[in-house]
Design a protein around this ligand. Structure first.
Ligand code: UDX
Ligand code: ADP
Length: 465
């Protein structure tokens, strides 16, 4: 395989956009085109307001856009020109049919594969980047082969993306490892080598790992399952702490200092969210069930169940503390994104908590520095969340700053760990709240002693106050 000079990426989302922007930055001699079916999304990528908020992304896009980075809806042209094509389309959980609610819906991946097969006029390396179930690369290869034109051949690689939102650019620039899975044949090895030569521009060779395709696919699900498992483990202990008087932060510190365990991903919280953890674990569970590995399936399912328990435990705590009724009370939710430094709300615990409080009759105010009002209403009125969108519209107000959101409230609920929430003037906020004034710190980011000295009633995760 000759040197790669032209790359195309199908899907301009949270994965495709930042990944290809960094490839364009580090490989100035390679033309990178990110193509998407959505005209609106591509127009945003070509504007000053990018469709996703990600620290550092604006700068990278500004440096490369128009130089060797292009965003386009002309998918055919992008495929024709490219030697290497990333598939970074969405892989939601199936909502109907066999495996509904658990299995990954591969319709977009399949659509992308068919598009490539119908368009390509010469050999292509097709790289699966979306998180997909084990053996998805095989399905892509099958579709490509079944529709192969004479003289055109394909190599399918798996190159899972490990970036986390909010730190995507740093994660891409300083990746712990890059994983490339491919066919164990001489063509397969050549394709792997071609993709390695792209990452070689900035990732040390010893951090580029090559495996067979299935190991690569399974490693991605496994990495996310392990990370989520750590959060569910510490969250499970947070319940024990609240019942016994132990402090989960002290426990996490003591446990994390064991170098075999490590300190990362031991932050007890209101529960994990994001587009990957739940989806990937459900996927893993489904695969295990299909393989008749029922004990393995049950083991990983428990990580999800614990997360549901944590979210509902926190919601119940709020209602109980407010004299067992929030009906007619103003409650301010600070943070709607699933973590700080992103505007993404997929599977955000805030959705669950807001919904519970709405169903309990509360009047909910929401402020998040990066989530748009439309997105909040879309999430809260989604049919999978509520049967009464009218109730949501009546009882939810979105604010543009924390101070006005808190004014006249009975309680504040911190759901996302945005830095700005630690720096608010809580004295001023307290003056304008109903009394007794409550704060529920679902992220353990506030100075609880100081809040109590102001007069707040404070409750948090994993510690009795
Ligand atoms: C995750 C993986 O980290 C990344 O490697 C993969 O490519 C995609 O999925 P992401 O979902 O973007 O990334 O964010 P992450 O930082 O992993 O956080 C996920 C959720 O876990 C967030 O809701 C976060 O607040 C929560 N979390 C994280 C905790 O509750 N406690 C922790 O200690 C860490
Ligand atoms: P992720 O978080 O995995 O990046 P997103 O939902 O943010 O997922 O982005 C996936 C993108 O893929 C969407 O913008 C969607 O329009 C796009 N997409 C879906 N199918 C195709 C396709 N066949 N060709 C190009 N883009 C596609």
């Amino acid at each position: 395989m000759a040197k790669i000079t032209n790359i195309c990426c199908l899907g301009a989302g949270y994965v495709g956009g930042p990944t290809c922007s960094v490839i364009a930055l580090k490989c100035p001699e390679v033309k990178v085109t990110v193509a998407d079916l959505s005209k609106e999304r591509i127009a945003q990528w070509n504007s000053d307001k990018l469709p996703i908020y990600e620290p550092g992304l604006d700068k990278v896009v500004k440096t490369c856009r128009g130089r060797n980075l292009f965003f386009s809806t002309d998918i055919t042209k992008a495929i024709l020109e490219a030697e290497l094509i990333f598939i970074s389309v969405n892989t939601p959980t199936k909502i109907v049919g066999n495996g509904k609610g658990r299995a990954a819906d591969l319709k977009y991946v399949e659509g992308a594969a068919r598009l490539i097969a119908n368009t390509a006029q010469n050999d292509k390396i097709v790289v699966e980047k979306s998180t997909v179930p084990v053996k998805a690369a095989e399905s892509i290869a099958n579709i490509l082969k079944a529709n192969q034109k004479p003289g055109v051949s394909y190599q399918v690689l798996s190159n899972p993306e490990f970036l986390a939102e909010g730190t995507a650019i740093d994660d891409l620039l300083n990746a712990d490892r890059v994983l490339i899975g491919g066919e164990e044949s001489s063509e397969g090895r050549k394709a792997i080598e071609a993709l390695c030569s792209i990452y070689d521009h900035w990732i040390p060779r010893e951090n580029i790992i090559t495996t067979n395709t299935w190991s690569s696919e399974l490693s991605k699900l496994a990495a996310n399952a392990f990370l989520a498992q750590r959060i569910s483990s510490i969250n499970s202990l947070s319940a024990v702490c609240e019942a016994t008087g132990a402090d989960v932060s002290e426990v996490a510190r003591a446990v994390g200092l064991d170098s075999r365990i490590g300190s990362k991903f031991l932050q007890a919280s209101v529960g994990f969210g994001g587009s990957c953890f739940q989806k990937d674990i459900l996927n893993l569970v489904y695969i295990c069930e299909c393989l008749n590995l029922l004990e393995v399936a049950a083991y990983w399912q428990q990580v999800i169940d614990m997360n549901e328990y944590q979210k509902s435990r926190f919601s119940i705590k709020i209602v109980e503390a407010l004299f067992n009724t929030v009906s007619g009370k103003n409650i301010c939710i600070l943070g709607f994104a699933f973590k700080k430094n992103t505007g993404d709300t997929r599977e955000s615990p805030s959705i669950f908590i807001a919904n519970t409080l709405i169903q309990e009759g509360g009047s909910i105010r929401i402020y998040d520095p990066k989530v748009e009002e439309d997105q909040i209403f879309e999430d809260l009125t989604h049919p999978s969340i509520t049967h009464s969108p009218e109730l949501v519209r009546k009882n939810v107000t979105v604010y543009q700053d924390a101070y006005s959101a808190c004014e006249g409230c009975h309680a504040i609920v911190v759901c996302t760990e945005w830095d700005e929430f630690t720096n608010l003037d809580y004295d001023q906020i307290y003056q304008k709240m109903m009394k007794p004034a409550y704060i529920f710190d679902g992220r353990k980011i506030l100075n609880h002693q100081q809040l109590m000295s102001i007069g707040f009633h404070v409750q948090t995760i994993g510690k009795r106050i």
